[in-house]
Design a protein around this ligand. Structure first.
Ligand SMILES: NC(=O)c1ccc[n+]([C@@H]2O[C@H](COP(=O)([O-])OP(=O)(O)OC[C@H]3O[C@@H](n4cnc5c(N)ncnc54)[C@H](OP(=O)(O)O)[C@@H]3O)[C@@H](O)[C@H]2O)c1
Ligand SMILES: *[C@@H]1O[C@H](CO)[C@@H](O)[C@H](O)[C@H]1NC(C)=O
Ligand SMILES: *[C@@H]1O[C@H](CO)[C@@H](O)[C@H](O)[C@H]1NC(C)=O
Ligand SMILES: *[C@@H]1O[C@H](CO)[C@@H](O)[C@H](O)[C@H]1NC(C)=O
Ligand SMILES: *[C@@H]1O[C@H](CO)[C@@H](O)[C@H](O)[C@H]1NC(C)=O
Length: 332
């Protein structure tokens, strides 16, 4: 007869239990380390109105869940009704009393952004937080990458300016730009057509660098107001559209199967990825912190060029022309 107990005894007397527990500990420690820092603040923001662009999936959706749970009224600015409604239902499934609505906008289309801003102005007297999260990462299948620059940089640029009058009505308006580690690899060549790139990597890095340069510059322009401007890097996050686009490039099922354990081990979940954004949104002590770059809930040094005031001013002036912002909009 099969003797379970003597088998079990010989197992427990062997090295296996030690090896297995060491293995599990190493795996858990690695996951914990690469998962990044959780928002150290438990502050609530009851009744505050927060706009999250691209809130239908990934990091934006994870942020929306965290913020509705802390009492915020969240406006998901999405480009697709069905996806928006799906996200809305997903939030309400986890919290029946969550205060959340969807509004349509295409961040790559400047006219659509102006429309969206009009709609918001008609319905709201003030906005407390604007999270510029919508973004795309180009794929090699494309032959030009200007949409990346428009979506990740020009769109948030215009939207931020159009929302300034409403943000100024808040006691402490906050604008948060979702940047990326990739901005360190970005190059800004302000001669000629600076939105052009020849690879998706270049386009993504450039758009995020421009966004980060701006964050610092606009923060200086609005120093005397109660509005703060910061950018954050979420880290490397899986289960997002970005990751799908990036990883589906020409990989076979077998390749995917072999990278999956590494992805699982080293990349953040959207919930882990959104923690710095949540922290910047809710933490009361940050009410005067502006023009900074955050990663893992801490201020970090961004790429060097971000501190170059002349580059920033040149970029700012060129961008105002491209998005056709008149001085009227900027003053507000
Ligand atoms: N995942 C990462 O590892 C990583 C790393 C660094 C930075 N980031 C940044 O984090 C932010 C969120 O990214 P994610 O990883 O959560 O990616 P995601 O899952 O692809 O989410 C991006 C969201 O933006 C929306 N969006 C894209 N273009 C839009 C447009 N023209 N108008 C309106 N909405 C638009 C998408 O809408 P649809 O659902 O309709 O496509 C989607 O909901 C992005 O700014 C991204 O660059 C991500
Ligand atoms: C559910 O949402 C409400 C309203 O935003 C919030 O006050 C409450 O704390 C949330 N519940 C949980 C369990 O997070
Ligand atoms: C976000 O980036 C845009 C440029 O795309 C800029 O105009 C805006 O001021 C930035 N906001 C913050 C908070 O950095
Ligand atoms: C900033 O907020 C403080 C306190 O809420 C208020 O007294 C002050 O008038 C505000 N300043 C501006 C420029 O709105
Ligand atoms: C995949 O690889 C093939 C051949 O190497 C190439 O022709 C094709 O454009 C690639 N597809 C993508 C999406 O990069």
């Amino acid at each position: 007869m099969y003797d379970f107990f003597s088998d079990f005894e010989s197992f427990t007397e062997s090295w296996w239990p030690y090896l297995i527990s060491v293995f599990i500990t190493v795996i858990s420690a690695t996951r914990f380390y690469f998962g990044g820092t959780y928002c150290p603040s438990s502050a609530r923001i009851d009744g505050k109105t927060v706009i999250i662009t691209g809130g239908a999936r990934g990091i934006g959706l994870a942020t929306a869940k965290q913020l509705t749970n802390r009492g915020a009224n969240v406006i998901l600015a999405v480009r697709n009704v069905e996806k928006g409604l799906k996200a809305l239902n997903e939030i309400r499934e986890t919290n029946k009393t969550a205060s959340v609505q969807i509004k349509l906008v295409d961040i790559s289309d400047l006219a659509s952004i102006r429309n969206f801003a009009e709609g918001i102005k008609n319905e709201h007297d003030k906005i407390d937080v604007l999270i510029n999260n919508a973004g795309i990462i180009g794929s090699k299948a494309q032959d030009e990458y200007e949409p990346v620059f428009t979506t990740n940089y020009l769109g948030p640029f215009l939207l931020t300016h159009l929302m300034l009058p409403l943000l100024a009505k808040s006691d402490n308006g906050r604008v948060i730009n979702v940047s990326a580690l990739a901005h360190y690899n970005g190059k800004l060549d302000l001669e000629g057509n600076f939105g052009k790139s020849s690879t998706p990597q270049e386009a993504f890095a450039k758009s995020k660098l421009a966004l980060t340069v701006f964050t610092k510059y606009i923060a200086q322009l609005h120093k005397s107001t109660n509005i703060t401007f910061n950018s954050v890097s979420p880290g490397l996050v899986r289960n997002t559209g970005h990751w799908e686009t990036f990883s589906s490039l020409n990989s076979s099922f077998l390749t995917k199967l072999s990278v999956w354990p590494w992805v699982w081990l080293f990349m953040k979940t959207p919930k882990q990825g959104c923690q710095s954004i949540v922290y910047l949104t809710v933490e009361p002590s940050l009410h005067k912190v502006t023009g900074c770059y955050f990663s893992d809930c801490e201020i970090k040094e961004p790429a060097e060029i971000v501190n170059d005031f002349n580059v920033a001013r040149c970029l700012y002036e060129k961008t105002c022309k491209i998005v056709a912002l008149d001085s009227e909009d900027i003053k507000n």
